[in-house]
Ligand binder design. Structure first.
Ligand code: PBG
Length: 323
């Protein structure tokens, strides 16, 4: 039956009706707020390119988590800015490292709030690459050992979920084996399975002070042109024992999220990364777009594409609006 019997505008007539027939609603319980933790006390330094985001000391971070929890945000993912960096990323797997201290504090002080840790080395290496550099390239297999040690150290501190973001081959298996051997068989792995070499990470590298000092990450992160290869990455990570997978960035990769949703029956996360956040904030500050509207529109599109977990710097703002 067509027009005039059928009029699709009929169900758009007023917000109550639109709400009734709405197909997709991002749920704040699926939002994960990324936070940057640094040494010291009472520190809260705003990140220039990411308004409303801070490098903060553990005491401040805990307050942020408390606020996020009270708004219904599901959890946080932590990134560390260590006291010092070296060639071996030793700050990353130190039981007394900055992320480990933050995890212990949040778990002690904020109830019912998930703490995810980003397992990577780039914040801890003097050169900013995600692993051990040999002959100008990141050595895969040496790096696996560091990742396994970091994941165990995070779990020991109390992390609820570990999330490797390095894109080394075989990391899910290496981390699963190390966690199990250390008695953390209950700690799930959220693998950044399809992580692309993206220009959208620019502001994050300022925030985490992790810009590579030479070259780029294209020998380990994926080529933005490849969708089929992304499915292979996901398949391999699941075969190695990843419990959940992630697509990153989100907005420019909605097709990848949808392909993954249609193929794999596991929880799928997507990361609305720093550049996606900063673009919206910058345009809004210029008065060119409405921040709240575009924020909710992008989050809804990511949810609609098939991600029921969204890592987003908008987590608190969006939770406020989703209420
Ligand atoms: C660490 C890591 C990065 C991001 C998350 N984990 C940076 C990178 O790969 O360069 C980016 C997150 C963002 O841009 O918000 N490897």
């Amino acid at each position: 039956m067509g027009f005039p019997q059928t009029r699709l505008r009929r169900l758009r007539n007023g917000e109550a009706l639109r709400r009734l027939v709405r197909e997709t609603r991002p749920d704040p319980a699926g939002f994960i707020l990324p936070l940057f933790v640094c040494p010291g006390e009472g520190i809260r330094r705003e990140i220039g390119s990411m308004p409303g985001n801070y490098q903060q000391s553990v005491d401040q971070l805990v307050r942020d988590c408390e606020e996020a929890r009270s708004l219904g945000v599901g959890g946080t993912i932590l990134f560390g800015i260590p006291e010092s960096k070296d060639e071996f990323a030793s700050g990353g797997y130190d039981d007394n490292g900055i992320v480990q201290r933050a995890v212990r504090a949040i778990k002690a002080e904020v109830g019912d709030f998930l703490v995810v840790t980003d397992v990577c080395n780039c914040e801890y290496t003097s050169h900013g690459h995600c692993g051990y550099v040999k002959d100008g390239d990141v050595d895969n297999d040496v790096t696996l050992g560091w990742l396994a040690k970091s994941a165990v150290s995070h779990a020991r501190a109390g992390a609820d979920i570990v999330a490797p973001s390095d894109m080394m081959d075989g990391r899910a298996a290496a981390i699963r084996a190390a966690l199990d051997e250390a008695g953390f068989e209950k700690t799930p792995i959220l693998s950044y399975a399809a992580k692309f070499a993206s220009g959208f990470y620019g502001p994050f590298r300022e925030a985490a002070e992790s810009t590579p000092q030479f070259g780029d990450r294209r020998t380990y992160q994926m080529d933005p042109a490849n969708a089929r290869e992304a499915m292979r990455e996901i398949e391999l990570d699941l075969a190695e024992g990843a419990d959940m997978i992630m697509v990153k960035p989100a907005l420019a990769y909605l097709d990848i999220i949808r392909m993954a949703r249609d193929r794999f029956d596991v929880p799928i996360a997507a990361y609305q990364v720093s550049g996606e956040f900063s673009m919206i904030m910058a345009a809004a500050r210029n008065g060119w777009i409405d921040k709240d509207r575009v924020m909710m529109e992008t989050l809804t599109s990511i949810w609609r594409a098939g991600a029921q977990i969204i890592l987003t710097y908008f987590a608190k703002d969006a939770a406020r609006l989703s209420g």
